[in-house]
Design a protein around this ligand. Structure first.
Ligand SMILES: [Zn+2]
Ligand SMILES: [Zn+2]
Length: 399
């Protein structure tokens, strides 16, 4: 099985890489993607798309109708934002903006998106219905997907199937992860404020030591995943920061702990939240203190529907070969495309971008993160192939 889109994607390989490098040199934080959005809008406009800018603040939507009549609309989503990280790569295309870096690969996503836009514009004859491109701001914890949804990105024309991808430095070049069910986790924020009674380090009997209480809470929280959770079900409770006290000779009155809670299923999510509250407040009471627990809901799990996932699998098989498709990997990372997939069936897949020989294997969000750009044309081809299949009637049905 082959696909015509791989040759098309390879033919514009250098252009896609040039766009990625330009964006990499000019990274912009969430909801500040002004230059990026203008570049996208100009390209889409030049390709004949109907362009709407300023969707969900800095988002851009591009709409292209196929040459044949059809009711279906397929949305393809690409995020645009960078991170507040100082780049440590010594490459010609390194970030020109101090303290800001494309350390998650969203520059690559935009480049793939423009590649997809270019190839599909050339092949309007191959599909009915419409392609809707969603260039999204602020994926990194700022709610860019919801902001575009609130602005109507899934309406007029209504989206039937949504597809997206993420480059992956943990996955070797030439491979993809395509699976149904939860691919990424729900990621909720945890804050625990411990209140004791401060005093002199020499007179602990006259105090309630918030540091000692917080320490017990951290240890007790570990028992939730170890002892309360079904061993077959993944879950994470991380305390990432504790702030308490200023001096070694003072017993601290308060301690503030912050953390992250990860889960794939609503049942596990509820269990973790309930047990965190019980354990933290219970331990604090036992030690004479008080713990106030605040859990702020973050992104939902990113859940892939069966039928669109089968389409992406077929597209990936045509581009990279079935032997290069991993159908089991998933990660406790979070992704706000989950907000789209909670409303519309679709698929989000990982595109391998790791190259150990070239040292392109640092984790996402690392100051030395980079990708093997050879992955980009495969990403373009898979998305084009899958989108056209969906417009031609595949990707719906049970699941
Ligand atoms: Zn990221
Ligand atoms: Zn990302």
């Amino acid at each position: 099985m082959t696909t015509p889109f791989l040759a098309d994607a390879e033919a514009i390989r250098d252009d896609i890489i040039a766009i990625r490098r330009d964006l990499h040199m000019h990274p912009e934080l969430g909801f500040q993607e002004v230059r990026t959005a203008r570049l996208i809008a100009d390209k889409l406009d030049g390709l004949g798309y109907d362009v709407i800018a300023g969707v969900g603040k800095t988002g851009v939507v591009g709409l292209l109708s196929g040459a044949q009549p059809g009711e279906r609309t397929v949305l393809l989503r690409f995020d645009m934002d960078a991170l507040p990280i100082q780049e440590e790569n010594d490459v010609p295309y390194r970030s020109q903006t101090p303290g800001i870096m494309h350390a998650c690969g969203h520059d690559a996503h935009v480049a793939v998106g423009i590649g997809v836009a270019t190839v599909l514009a050339k092949h309007r004859d191959l599909f009915p219905g419409a392609i809707k491109l969603m260039f999204q701001p602020a994926e990194e914890g700022l709610g860019g997907a919801m902001s575009m949804i609130d602005d109507g990105v899934l309406k007029g024309p209504d989206v039937d199937i949504a597809l997206g991808l993420h480059v992956a430095s943990m996955l070797p070049l030439g491979q993809v992860v395509v699976r149904s069910g939860a691919l990424l986790a729900a990621a909720d924020k945890l804050e625990i404020v411990v209140r004791g009674r401060g005093g002199h380090a020499a007179h602990p009997d006259q105090t309630i030591d918030a540091v000692a209480v917080a320490s017990h809470i951290v240890v007790a929280l570990q028992t939730i995943v170890a002892r309360n959770l079904d061993p077959e079900q993944p879950g994470v409770v991380t305390v990432g920061s504790i702030h308490a006290g200023e001096a070694g000779n003072v017993i601290s009155e308060t301690a503030i702990m912050r953390g992250s809670i990860r889960s794939f299923s609503p049942e596990v999510r509820d269990l973790l939240h309930r047990r965190i509250r019980e354990v933290a407040t219970g331990v604090a009471i036992a030690l004479g203190a008080q713990a106030d627990v605040t859990i702020t809901l973050g992104v939902d799990p990113t859940v892939n529907a069966v039928a669109p996932t089968e389409v992406v699998y077929q597209a990936a098989a045509a581009v990279l070969g079935e032997e290069n498709i991993n159908t089991t990997y998933r990660t406790m990372g979070g992704e706000d495309f989950s907000a789209v997939l909670a409303r519309v069936p679709g698929n989000f897949f990982f595109l391998g971008a790791r190259n150990d020989q070239q040292g392109l294997n640092y984790p996402h969000h690392n100051p030395r993160f980079d990708i093997d750009e050879s992955c980009l044309s495969a990403g373009v081809a898979i998305l084009c192939d899958a989108a056209v299949r969906c417009l031609n009637g595949e990707g719906v049905g049970a699941g």
